[in-house]
Design a protein around this ligand. Structure first.
Ligand SMILES: C[S@@+](CC[C@H](N)C(=O)[O-])C[C@H]1O[C@@H](n2cnc3c(N)ncnc32)[C@H](O)[C@@H]1O
Length: 210
């Protein structure tokens, strides 16, 4: 078995100091992102897709890929038969790679954690993989995802364990108790990049808007 790899681009984005800094670091990484993540055995897109497929039939309506990056999830959404996917990301460089793949109906350059330039109750589903993580977006990013997904729609997210204990767990439970969503599923903690040394585990959740 090969030994765990260093992942300098990844370490760099975890160290980002502001949303603008995150965008700059991903812009610089964009062209090599897919090959590097592949070599690390990156699992979030596969796991998110599995949860989405279990809880949202294709033909349900448009799907938002929030923090879509280079469009790994968009590629697979198209292959398994979902249409009408839209990408949103803070990094123009990542969106440009996604655009070239031709798998999204629309691409939106915007920052999660702020108001999104998207209509209310519009999407049948939203996926957000690898974004609720160190140095990226905290639980404040959930409110706008909830706003843009229609009642009955499904949101699939991944959350790094460190953030889970630091506000996410409480916010997910608060939103359940207040009747905003049902928690359909929560995976056990798993390592999202098994090829990387020192990986902090994450979990994935499927949530249905009431
Ligand atoms: C680890 S990548 C994941 C990309 C894609 N979801 C995937 O699984 O391959 C994190 C992505 O989140 C984006 N991102 C980080 N902070 C963001 C924010 N505040 N708003 C929107 N996108 C953000 C980054 O630009 C990057 O494309």
């Amino acid at each position: 078995m090969s030994s765990p790899r260093k992942a300098e681009n990844l370490d760099s984005v975890y160290d980002a100091s502001s949303p603008e800094d995150v965008a700059r670091r991903y812009d610089a990484w964009a062209e090599n992102y897919d090959s590097e993540m592949s070599s690390l055995g990156y699992r979030h897109p596969t796991i998110c897709l599995a949860l989405l497929c279990r809880h949202l039939g294709h033909g349900s309506g448009p799907i938002l890929d929030a923090g879509a990056g280079t469009g790994l999830i968009g590629e697979w959404l198209k292959i398994v038969g979902y249409s009408g996917a839209e990408a949103l990301d803070i990094s123009e460089g990542m969106l440009e790679v996604a655009r070239r793949k031709g798998v999204y109906d629309a691409l939106h350059s915007a920052a999660m954690g702020q108001e999104l330039p998207l209509p209310t109750d519009h999407f049948a589903g939203a996926v957000c993989a690898g974004v609720f993580t160190v140095g990226h977006v905290g639980p404040e990013g959930l409110d706008e995802l909830i706003r843009v997904v229609r009642p009955g729609g499904v949101i699939v997210i991944t959350v790094k364990d460190r953030l889970w204990e630091d506000g996410f767990k409480a916010r997910v439970e608060q939103l359940r108790a207040s009747g905003t969503w049902d928690v359909l599923e929560e995976t056990p903690s798993y390592v999202s990049m098994p090829g990387r040394a020192d990986t902090v585990p994450s979990r994935a959740l499927a949530l249905r808007i009431r």
